[in-house]
Design a protein around this ligand. Structure first.
Ligand SMILES: [Fe+2]
Length: 646
C-alpha cells in the first residue's frame, strides 16, 4: 500500500486513500482524579478534565420514538471489582426534581467498563436529561431527545466527519454543543484515527512527540484501540458535544484500520500488531452510543427492554435506519468494511460481470428496499449517513483526447457500476416502479465542502448543464480565503430544465472536523513549508477545475473545516457549512455558505424549483443567513471543567 507522500509525488491525488493501518501496548485509561473508585494514577497520562470515575463523560445515541441509548464509562486506575454497579436516572428536567426512569447496570472489563442502557417507554419528540452514579459519585448530566412519531415543523441536525484529535482544537464541536435546537448529530465516519498525520500535529501529544509512543503511532491491539477512544473522548469540546445531543455514528477507514504501516518513522515492528477487524468494530460498539443490529443482515435493531447491556451479536454490522416520523428516515450505511483489505466475503451478485461492490448484495437490497418503502410510506425526506462522496467529483483522465492526471476523490470512482445501479433503482427501476424522491446523502471522508446533485457517472455530463461557475461571494475564515470555494449561482431554470432531471438526490459534505484539505495536499505535493499561501492558491485551482469538469457539483470548497447544519421542513432542506480555524482554540463559528433543495416541483416560482437538486440560496433570491431552530431546549448543566479545561 503506497504511503500518501509517495502517492502524491507519483502525480496522482487520492484523498480517500487506502489507509494506513494499525498497532499495540496495553495501558488502561485514566488520571488521578478527585473522586471515584480506585483513584490512584490511572496510567493514562493525557489530561482527563472530568473527575473519575466518570472522566469520559456521558453520551446518547440512535434515538427511536420511544427509546434512546445512554452511555457512560467507569474509569479507574485498576479495577476495584470484577463487576461494578452503575445507577442511571432519566428526568424531564436538568435538575432531576422528578426522576422518570432509573435502573442499575453492571459493567465489567469485557466491555471495557462501558455502560450502555436502552431506556424504553419514553415519549416521542421529547427532550430528556440523564446521569449516572457509582462509588457515591455522579456523572455530568446529559441531554438527549427522542425521535418524533408524527409530522413536526422541522427536523434539524448537525453533520460532521473526520474528527482527528491531533489535527484540530475542535472549536466546532464546542459550537455544536452550544446549540439548543438540534434533534441529532450525524457523524459520517473517521470518528477516531489510527495514527497521527505527520502534517497535522496541531496537538499531537506534543508533550511526548515520540513516534513509537502509544498515543502517537498506530494502535497495535484491542487495548490500544480502546485507549485511542479514551484519548479522543478526553477532549472537552467532544465531551460537551456528546453531553448535549444524541448522535448517530457510522465508521470509515480510520475507525476500522487493522494493519500497520503509517507514514511516521517508527521503530515498531509491524509483526507485533495483533489488531483485527473484530477488535476495531468491537471497540466502536463499546465506545459509541450505537444501537446493535441483528446478525442476520436485516438491519433490524436488537431492542433491549430489561436494562441490560445491548451487545451486538456481530459487531461488524452497523447499517441501520432511524425513523423520524413522516418527516425523515435516517439511514446509516457501511461502504467501508467490504473493501478487499478487510478480508470479509463480499457477495456482489447483484452486479453484472463480477463488478466489485462496496455495499455487498445483502446491504444493497436492504438499503434500496427500505428507501423505496420509505417513499411508499410517504416519508418526506431520506437522509443517508454515508462515509464517502457518492456523486462523481473527478477530473476525467482524458479531456479532449489529452490524457490528464486522474483526480479520484471518492472510492466510488472504482465502484461505478454499483453507483449506477443505485441511481437507477432510486429513479424507479425497482419492483414498485416507484421513483424515490428527496434523498439527501450527507458524506464525509474527502475533507472538502461539497454540494452536488446526485448522478451516477460522468457520461451524463454532456447533457448536464446547470450554469457557469462563479466565485463564492463570501469570505472564508482566513484572509486568503477570498474567494472561499466555487459555486454556481444559476439554476436549471436558466438552461434546459430537463438537464438536471437525472439527479436522484443531493449530496452535502461539510468538510472535516480538522483533517487536512486540498491546501495540505498541494503543500505536500510541492514540498512547500506549512502555511505557504501557494497551498491555498493551488487548492482554489483544484476547486475551479472540479466545478468546471463536474456539472453536477454546485459548490466546492476544499480549504476550510468544520461541520454542517441541515434544516428539514416539509417544503425544503437548508444546508449550512460552518467553519472554524482548526489551528486556534475557541475559534469563532463562521457560516461559510448555504445551499437549498426543494421538496416539490414548482415551475411558477422564479426561478423554478425542482426536487433532488441542490442550489446556492442566492440562486433562489435568498441571502446567506443562518437558520434558527424553532425550539430552544434548556442545556444540560455546563461543567466548568469542560468550559475551562486546564
Ligand atoms: Fe477522513
Amino acid at each position: 500500500m503506497m504511503k500518501r507522500r509517495q502517492f502524491l509525488k507519483s502525480g496522482a491525488l487520492l484523498l480517500t486513500a487506502p489507509l494506513l493501518p494499525g498497532c499495540g501496548d496495553s495501558s488502561g485509561p485514566g488520571r488521578s482524579g478527585s473522586s471515584g473508585g480506585n483513584l490512584d494514577d490511572t496510567g493514562m497520562d493525557f489530561p482527563l478534565v472530568l473527575p473519575l470515575p466518570f472522566a469520559h463523560g456521558v453520551a446518547s445515541g440512535d434515538p427511536l420514538a420511544d427509546r434512546v441509548i445512554l452511555w457512560t464509562r467507569i474509569t479507574e486506575s485498576t479495577p476495584s471489582a470484577s463487576q461494578i454497579p452503575v445507577d442511571w436516572e432519566v428526568s424531564a428536567t436538568p435538575d432531576f426534581v422528578s426522576v422518570l426512569k432509573s435502573g442499575t447496570q453492571l459493567t465489567e472489563a469485557s466491555r471495557d467498563w462501558t455502560v450502555k442502557v436502552d431506556v424504553t417507554s419514553l415519549s416521542p419528540a421529547t427532550t430528556y436529561y440523564y446521569r449516572f452514579h457509582a462509588f457515591g459519585q455522579t456523572s455530568i448530566v446529559g441531554r438527549t431527545r427522542t425521535a418524533p412519531a408524527t409530522m413536526v415543523e422541522e427536523v434539524r441536525f448537525a453533520v460532521l466527519a473526520c474528527s482527528s484529535y491531533w489535527s484540530s482544537y475542535w472549536s466546532g464541536l464546542g459550537h455544536l454543543a452550544d446549540r439548543n435546537d438540534l434533534d441529532l448529530v450525524l457523524h459520517c465516519g473517521d470518528y477516531i484515527y489510527d495514527f497521527v498525520d505527520e502534517d497535522e500535529e496541531v496537538r499531537a501529544r506534543k508533550d511526548i512527540k515520540d513516534t513509537a509512543y502509544v498515543d502517537y503511532r498506530d494502535w497495535l491491539n484491542l487495548d490500544e484501540v480502546r485507549r485511542r477512544y479514551a484519548l479522543f473522548r478526553s477532549d472537552p469540546n467532544l465531551l460537551r458535544a456528546h453531553q448535549q445531543h444524541p448522535w448517530m455514528i457510522v465508521w470509515d477507514n480510520h475507525d476500522l484500520s487493522t494493519g500497520y504501516g503509517n507514514e511516521l518513522a517508527s521503530d515498531i515492528d509491524p509483526a507485533t500488531s495483533t489488531c483485527t477487524l473484530d477488535d476495531t468494530t468491537r471497540a466502536f460498539y463499546e465506545w459509541t452510543p450505537t444501537r446493535p443490529v441483528k446478525a442476520d443482515g436485516s438491519g433490524e435493531f436488537i431492542l433491549v427492554n430489561d436494562g441490560s447491556y445491548p451487545a451486538p451479536p456481530d459487531a461488524k454490522l452497523i447499517y441501520r435506519k432511524l425513523p423520524y416520523g413522516p418527516m425523515v428516515d435516517f439511514f446509516g450505511i457501511d461502504t467501508q468494511s467490504n473493501l478487499p483489505g478487510y478480508g470479509l466475503p463480499v457477495d456482489a451478485s447483484h452486479l453484472a460481470d463480477g463488478a466489485p461492490s462496496l455495499f455487498g448484495r445483502q446491504q444493497f437490497e436492504w438499503f434500496t428496499g427500505h428507501m423505496v418503502a420509505s417513499q411508499q410510506n410517504g416519508v418526506r425526506w431520506r437522509v443517508v449517513n454515508n462515509q464517502t462522496w457518492l456523486a462523481p467529483v473527478d477530473i476525467p483522465d482524458v479531456v479532449d483526447g489529452i490524457p490528464t492526471p486522474k483526480l479520484g476523490i471518492s472510492r466510488w470512482t472504482d465502484y461505478a457500476q454499483e453507483r449506477t445501479l443505485l441511481c437507477q433503482t432510486l429513479r424507479g427501476d425497482n419492483a414498485q416502479s416507484l421513483r424515490v424522491r428527496n434523498n439527501v446523502f450527507v458524506s464525509g471522508d474527502a475533507h472538502g465542502n461539497l454540494g452536488s446533485d446526485l448522478i451516477e457517472d460522468t457520461a451524463l455530463l454532456s447533457s448536464y448543464v446547470s450554469g457557469l461557475p462563479v466565485p463564492n461571494p463570501r469570505q472564508g475564515s482566513t484572509t486568503i480565503n477570498v474567494p472561499a470555494g466555487y459555486l454556481r449561482a444559476t439554476t436549471a431554470a436558466l438552461g434546459p430544465i430537463s438537464t438536471r432531471a437525472d439527479s436522484v438526490g443531493v449530496e452535502f459534505a461539510p468538510s472535516s472536523m480538522g483533517r487536512g484539505g486540498a491546501d495540505e495536499l498541494v503543500t505536500n505535493a510541492l514540498s512547500l513549508e506549512p502555511g505557504n499561501p501557494l497551498g491555498v492558491v493551488g487548492a482554489r485551482a483544484i476547486e475551479l477545475a472540479l466545478i468546471t469538469a463536474n456539472k453536477n457539483v454546485q459548490f466546492v470548497e476544499w480549504v476550510d473545516h468544520g461541520y454542517g447544519i441541515v434544516s428539514l421542513t416539509d417544503e425544503r432542506a437548508i444546508f449550512e457549512y460552518w467553519w472554524q480555524d482548526k489551528l486556534t482554540p475557541e475559534s469563532p463559528d463562521v457560516l461559510g455558505n448555504q445551499m437549498v433543495s426543494w421538496a416539490e416541483e414548482n415551475t411558477s416560482a422564479l426561478p423554478a424549483r425542482f426536487p433532488d437538486q441542490i442550489d446556492s440560496v442566492i440562486a433562489h433570491g435568498m441571502t446567506v443567513s443562518a437558520t434558527q431552530g424553532n425550539r430552544s431546549a434548556e442545556p444540560a448543566p455546563l461543567d466548568t471543567a469542560l468550559l475551562n479545561p486546564r
